[in-house]
Design a protein around this ligand. Structure first.
Ligand code: HEC
Ligand code: HEC
Length: 351
């Protein structure tokens, strides 16, 4: 073997060093492949942060500017999303709790449904929800389609059921013709879900200033936001809040480095148990799907219990209970400035 013969010209320690260097180079090559995903434009991968910190594109990517969806199904789903007849007494629509004008949430700690019923958990945004690996804080719905059973049947949300919903949709003056055009099966539970889920998938919010920065516009973030971006990575926030949605792709325990629930006080609710409610396994106690941080400036109050009222409070709690370290005010200001740059656009208009 030529390689082996060539190496024999060196003494043993040198051969060892060459071997180690070779392994290191292989590792570096592998890491480069991961760090520079092929779908990024070349300029973006050359970007650097003015603080001198290396830019790590591995943990997130810009949102797509548009998705290939059937525009007619999107329009039908949009109509259903705003239709209060999906609820028992025709008073509550999906948009009642997920208003598109307020970040896709209701900005309440707990949502109010039919007949003033108060729910048990904070409403997450519907924007970019199609990017999350599962739906709900505890991940109990594997898809947007199956998620819809939740609000329709939930006694504190729409308090309805599918036979009732379908009867109202069938009796409408316009729906039957629209459905007949789009779905050979007409109006069924599955087609109503398909239209709603297609609309939800269309709710992407591209072109935030952060995404413009990722795409190579070095001036899209100011110096403070760029420092915040670097700190978001160096503190380790990005180890959980990662992927295109800066979250929504793994479960993590709330209170890794301290007992959040004991310190918060109040009663421990079923909702506080998180993923445990789905699996029944003790190791999943207090685990939640890491929430996505896109548009987070608009979705207060924060956490599954709506306990944090401001972004600053939420980040201080994160530093203490997830990372186990205090965060000086200067770092806090930089990180929250960065988080505010994650607000995107819906259909070309800033949220
Ligand atoms: C009464 C308020 C209310 C109504 C009405 C409502 N939702 Fe929700 N929605 C919530 C709450 C609260 C949650 C969180 C529940 C949980 O995680 O256990 C949620 C969760 C979701 C999620 C999951 C988001 C995520 O990131 O996990 C989606 C998607 C969603 N709702 C869509 C809808 C659709 C579609 C409708 C109409 C069919 C609807 N919602 C009606 C309050 C509401
Ligand atoms: C170990 C994983 C982990 C780390 C590290 C982490 N987070 Fe979180 N983050 C979570 C989880 C889980 C939640 C949801 C907790 C809950 O609702 O009880 C969350 C919630 C949040 C929220 C509230 C979002 C919402 O919609 O309610 C913000 C803001 C946030 N994190 C920012 C940060 C920042 C900034 C850092 C770094 C300083 C950070 N996180 C570090 C896992 C993590």
């Amino acid at each position: 073997m030529k390689m082996k013969n060539a190496l024999h010209r060196f003494d043993k320690p040198t051969r060892l060093r060459i071997g180690i260097a070779g392994i290191f180079l292989l590792f570096l090559g592998g890491a480069m492949l991961v760090l520079l995903p092929p779908n990024l434009p070349a300029e973006a991968s050359r970007g650097s942060i003015s603080t001198g910190a290396p830019v790590n594109f591995a943990f997130t990517q810009p949102l797509p500017l548009a998705l290939p969806l059937d525009a007619r199904k999107v329009a039908l789903g949009q109509r259903l999303f705003h239709d209060a007849r999906l609820s028992k007494d025709d008073t509550v629509s999906c948009a009642s709790c997920h208003s598109l004008g307020t970040g896709g949430t209701d900005n309440q700690a707990r949502s109010v449904g039919v007949a003033g019923g108060v729910g048990t958990i904070n409403a997450p945004t519907v924007y970019n929800s199609g990017l999350n690996f599962v739906q709900f804080w505890d991940g109990h719905a594997p898809s947007l389609e199956s998620q819809i059973d939740g609000p329709v049947n939930h006694p504190q949300e729409m308090a309805s059921n599918w036979p009732q919903v379908l009867a109202k949709v069938v009796a409408d003056a316009n729906y039957p013709a629209i459905f007949a055009e789009l779905y050979p099966q007409g109006i069924t539970e599955a087609t109503v879900k398909d239209a709603l889920a297609t609309f939800e998938r269309s709710l992407i919010t591209p072109d935030s200033r952060f995404d413009q920065f990722l795409r190579g516009d070095a001036n899209a973030l100011n110096a403070q936001e760029q420092r915040g971006y670097a700190l978001f990575q160096s503190y380790g926030c990005a180890s959980c809040h990662q992927g295109q949605n800066l979250g929504g792709n793994m479960f993590e325990k709330m209170g890794l480095m301290g007992d959040y629930f004991a310190d918060r006080g109040g009663e421990l609710t079923d909702a506080d148990k998180g993923r445990f409610n789905v699996t029944g396994k003790p190791q999943n106690m207090h685990e939640f799907r890491v929430p996505p941080l896109r548009n987070v400036a608009l979705t207060a109050p924060y956490f599954h219990d709506g306990h944090a009222h401001t972004l600053e409070q939420a980040v201080v709690i994160m530093a203490q209970y997830q990372l186990g370290r205090p965060m000086p005010p200067a770092d806090l200001n930089d990180i929250t400035a960065f988080l505010r740059s994650l607000t995107g656009q819906y259909l070309g208009t800033p949220l």
